[in-house]
Design a protein around this ligand. Structure first.
Ligand code: DX5
Ligand code: ZN
Length: 215
C-alpha cells in the first residue's frame, strides 16, 4: 500500500479567509488542499470554481487535489488543469466518457482520479484501476461537509484494494467524508491511504496534531 497522505478539505473552513486557511494546511505539513467543486446539478450545493482555485495557489505549498462533483466534468478539466490542479478526480456517475477523460487529464500533466458515490458498487471503478492514479471511495453522500461516516464503505475500500493488488497496481485509494482519528484507522485497515478531512481538521485546536493522529 502506498504511504498515507492527508488532504484537507476547505469546504468547512473560513471561506472569507481562504488564503490564510490554505496556508495553514501546508504550514501544518499536510500534503494536499482538497478543493470540492459542486455545480448545483450533480449535487444540490454550489461551491467554487477554477478562478477561486487559481487564487489560492500563491498562498500554499500544498498540492491541489480537485474533487469535481459536477454533471459535466469534461467542461471543467482543462480549466482546473490551468488553475494548478495536481490531481483531478471526477465521478463515474457523471455524464462522461471516463476513459477519454482520464487521457485528457493526463495530457495536461495532471494525475487522474475516479470517484464513486456510496450507492455505486466497487466494481464500477475496476475498469479504470490500471489507468487512473487514484480511486476515491466516498464515505458520505457528496454535497456537504460535516456528515457522519458510512461504515459499510469499508467493504468497498477493501474490494478496490484487493482488485488493485490482483492487477499489481500500487494505486492511491482516497476516502472522503466523516474522517477523523477513529474512522481513519478503519479506512486504513481496509486499504485506503489518502485521507480527506474537513471538519475534523478545521475544528481542531491543533491541526498538525490532528493530521498526525490520522496518519
Ligand atoms: C463532501 C465533500 C467532502 C467534505 C468532507 O461532498 O466531498 O470533501 O468536505 O468534509 P468532512 O471531513 O467534514 O466530512
Ligand atoms: Zn471532496
Amino acid at each position: 500500500m502506498p504511504s498515507v497522505k492527508i488532504s484537507a478539505s476547505v469546504l468547512n473552513s473560513d471561506l472569507s479567509a481562504l488564503g490564510n486557511e490554505v496556508k495553514r494546511i501546508s504550514d501544518n505539513g499536510i500534503e494536499y488542499v482538497h478543493f470540492d467543486v459542486m455545480d448545483g446539478e450533480f449535487v444540490e450545493n454550489i461551491t467554487y470554481g477554477s478562478a477561486v482555485q487559481k487564487s489560492i495557489l500563491p498562498h500554499t505549498s500544498a498540492k491541489i487535489d480537485t474533487h469535481l462533483m459536477v454533471m459535466h466534468p469534461g467542461r471543467q478539466v482543462k480549466l482546473f488543469a490551468d488553475a494548478g490542479s495536481d490531481i483531478i478526480t471526477f465521478h463515474i456517475e457523471s455524464e462522461c466518457d471516463a476513459d477519454a477523460l482520464i487521457d485528457e487529464i493526463h495530457s495536461y500533466g495532471v494525475k487522474a482520479g475516479v470517484a464513486v458515490k456510496p450507492n455505486t458498487p466497487a466494481e464500477a471503478v475496476f475498469p479504470y484501476i490500471e489507468k487512473a492514479d487514484m480511486v476515491l471511495v466516498m464515505t458520505v453522500e457528496p454535497g456537504y461537509g460535516g456528515q457522519g461516516f458510512i461504515h459499510a464503505m469499508t467493504d468497498k475500500i477493501r474490494k478496490v484494494r484487493e482488485e488493485a493488488d490482483r492487477l499489481g497496481k500500487d494505486i492511491d485509494i482516497q476516502v472522503d467524508g466523516g474522517i477523523n482519528t477513529e474512522t481513519a484507522k478503519l479506512v486504513k485497515d481496509a486499504g485506503a491511504n489518502v485521507l480527506v478531512a474537513g471538519t475534523f481538521l478545521f475544528k481542531s485546536e491543533d491541526m498538525k496534531k490532528s493530521a498526525d493522529s490520522m496518519r
